[in-house]
Design a binder for this molecule. Structure first.
Ligand code: NAD
Ligand code: NA
Length: 395
């Protein structure tokens, strides 16, 4: 079977499993090139199969020799298709980690459920003993609460409705997009799905089960962004959820004091991931930002950002480098006033005719395709993929 990309709007409907392997290998090579650092040895990654979670796992395993348990929600092969990119990322990551002599265990299921929490606790007890670090990197549009209630998050703004050019990855063009004003219920529901409640449930359960080592740390990923994006993000429903996440870091930090542990939030830069491509209008900011940051030589992809987080800002010579609000600022280069001035000068000029000239939308598009295993160097996309051998692989 020859696999061609199927992109619908800003969502990829399929993946190229062998391209996913090349993408995982590319990230591993990047971490190896950056050199080793002294990091945590046993790590639980919630949301381990793509984006920041996968990059974290790769940085810690191949940079610091960590054994990892990764939790994710992914689809394997079925009559509906070959399965999701994250499914294959889990497989290729585990194979590479084991080749390097590391433990890598994948749990596939709903991280919001108590069942999965118990499964993770059992796995940690049996295979890792305890963990030194818990990474919280879930991005989801839905959460089923422990009592069975389904809650959905929305991507809306809170002040005035907001509209502007958004990116249509399928047609490689700009389209008008708008964010409606959220109701109080929609804000509350988004906080329930993407806020800190579930993060706290995880840390509580792990601590009660004695799965956290003395001095264990936890970090969750957040975004704030520049003022120009506040209507899209910080003052949007998702921003309220992140505010809740930040507040939860304080609560968890207090709870971890008993074992000498700490909770942090890493405020990351805007990057192309499955989750961010889905936010209205934001990808246009992202394409302009990528152009400006590359021009100034300060661009980072997911893997560079996560490698720097652990090697320099969490486990470097100075220990954790955070501000007074427990926030580790990985968005320092993005928020550099010179970078923002350049982006702000370009943004009002953007039209469907000139966006490729004004920003690095080709780079953004390639990153998006590569998340799904397409457009990677060294992969023969004209060659048929042996589907039966892929269906035998397990995460
Ligand atoms: P992503 O979509 O690439 O990854 C999300 C992960 O969560 C996947 O591994 C997926 O399998 C897992 N997941 C989703 N629902 C699940 C469930 N019910 N059970 C188990 N696993 C589940 O997204 P990402 O961009 O890497 O986002 C991770 C975090 O980083 C989010 O909190 C996001 O807000 C934050 N962040 C992203 C950016 C960005 O620009 N992409 C910037 C700053 C912060
Ligand atoms: Na992730």
């Amino acid at each position: 079977m020859i696999i061609h990309p199927q992109i619908q709007g800003c969502v990829a409907r399929n993946c190229h499993p062998l391209g996913c392997r090349a993408a995982v290998q590319q990230q591993i090579a990047s971490v190896r090139a950056a050199g080793p650092f002294n990091g945590p040895k046993r790590v639980l990654v919630l949301g381990a199969s793509s984006g920041f979670g996968l990059a974290s796992r790769i940085a810690l395993t191949f940079g610091a020799g960590a054994d990892t348990l990764g939790v994710s929600f992914e689809r394997g092969p079925s009559d509906k298709g070959l399965g999701s990119a994250g499914w294959y990322n889990n497989i290729w990551f585990r194979q590479a980690a084991e080749q390097a002599g590391r433990i890598a265990i994948n749990l596939i299921g709903d991280a919001f459920s108590d069942t999965l929490r118990q499964q993770a606790i059992e796995t940690i007890r049996q295979q890792l003993g305890q963990v030194d670090l818990v990474i919280y990197s879930l991005a989801s549009g839905i959460r089923v609460l422990p009592d069975g209630t389904q809650v959905r998050s929305v991507l809306k703004t809170t002040g005035q409705p907001f509209s502007g050019w958004g990116l249509d990855l399928e047609r490689d063009t700009l389209v008008q997009q708008s964010l409606a004003t959220a109701t109080p219920e929609e804000i509350r529901d988004t906080v329930t799905v993407m806020g800190g409640e579930d993060w706290q449930l995880w840390l509580q359960a792990l601590q009660q089960a004695d799965c956290l080592a003395t001095g264990a740390q936890t970090v969750a990923y957040s975004y704030i962004g520049p003022e120009s994006t506040y209507p899209l993000y910080r003052d949007g429903t998702i921003g309220y959820a992140k505010e809740h996440l930040h507040a939860t870091a304080e609560t968890i930090n207090l709870q971890l004091a008993h074992i000498g542990g700490h909770a942090w939030v890493s405020v990351c830069k805007a990057l192309v991931t499955k989750a961010s491509a889905y936010i209205p209008v934001l990808p246009v900011y992202l394409g302009l930002l990528m152009g400006v940051m590359k021009e100034r030589g300060v661009h980072e992809g997911c893997i560079e950002q996560m490698q720097r987080l652990f090697a320099a800002k969490m486990y470097g010579p100075q220990g954790v480098v955070a501000d007074g609000n427990r926030l580790i600022r990985m968005d320092d280069h993005e928020l550099d006033p010179a970078v923002q001035a350049a982006v702000s000068a370009l943004w009002p000029k953007v039209t469907p005719d000139n966006f490729h000239v004004l920003g690095d939308f080709a780079g953004l598009r390639r990153d998006f395709m590569q998340l799904n295993g397409f457009e990677l160097p060294g992969v023969d996309y004209g060659a048929p993929v042996d589907v039966s051998s892929l269906t035998e692989l397990v995460p």
